[in-house]
Write a protein that binds this ligand. Structure first.
Ligand code: PRT
Ligand code: ZN
Length: 210
């Protein structure tokens, strides 16, 4: 038996469930439940907050998980990735108020930056030799400059319309992300075999869409 953790409700939920269905796995979907069992594959599905998924998989509470690489990498879990899934593509970007002067990342030297990704951003700034003051906030990062909390932000961007609507200009890409399948490091031989079957089906689903 494998336990797969997916996001309970959010941007990854629907595509994660659809991928499982497209792999030919049937289950009773119940949005209010915490878990459900597949009827034709030895798989149990746990519904969790996305931020909790890397930790549950690292600790072996869940055997597998589907999560964004942004959340995985921020939690230092990149070694858990076994398969890129091709959906929920987005990027973690730096943005500044539209009217502000900006030449390169060096322009951020000594500035204050609001983000929910202090680890990824800190690593990027260090690699570019920039020292900045990071303010870690968990949501509504894009309003930080307009309320005087920070001079720049680093947040997830997809279409770019949220930045535009808040008078911000995207200036650097810090990290590119998509949804990935992750697995706990200590699967049994039987579980590894099931994971192989699952990955084989996931790859076939993706090939069929190309
Ligand atoms: O409740 P829970 O903690 O489980 O969910 P959450 O609110 O933390 O995450 P959720 O559902 O918003 O996103 C889950 C994952 O989807 C993220 O970790 C990313 O991997 C991926 N993803 C893809 C996105 C986006 N696209 C996205 N556009 N996550 C967030 N956004 C937000 C972004 O934060 C910003 O507010 O959308 C806004 C920007 O979108 P655009 O299109 O205006 O640029
Ligand atoms: Zn989250």
């Amino acid at each position: 038996m494998l336990r797969l953790a997916i996001q309970k409700s959010g941007r990854l939920s629907e595509d994660s469930l659809q991928l499982i269905r497209e792999c030919g796995i049937s289950f009773l979907s119940s949005s209010y439940k915490l878990k459900t069992e597949a009827t034709n594959f030895p798989l149990e599905i746990l519904f969790l907050r996305d931020d909790d998924i890397p930790g549950y998989v690292q600790d072996g509470v869940a055997d597998l998980g589907i999560v964004g690489q942004n959340v995985l990498e921020e939690a230092d879990g990149a070694h858990l990735q076994v398969e890129a899934l091709g959906f929920s593509k987005c990027r973690l970007s730096l943005a500044v108020p539209r009217g502000d002067a900006y030449d390169s990342v060096i322009s951020l030297q000594g500035k204050s930056i609001a983000t929910s990704y202090p680890h990824l951003l800190g690593r990027y700034l260090a690699a570019h030799g920039v020292q900045a003051q990071l303010h870690t906030i968990s949501g509504s990062v894009e309003i930080a400059p307009s309320i005087g909390l920070a001079e720049a932000i680093c947040d997830i961007v997809s279409s770019g319309s949220t930045l535009l609507g808040n008078g911000l200009r995207e200036v650097e890409t810090v990290f590119r992300s998509e949804a990935v399948l992750i697995a706990q490091p200590n699967l049994s031989a039987e579980q590894k075999d099931l994971l192989d079957q699952l990955q084989f089906r996931m790859q076939a689903v993706r090939r069929a869409k190309r």
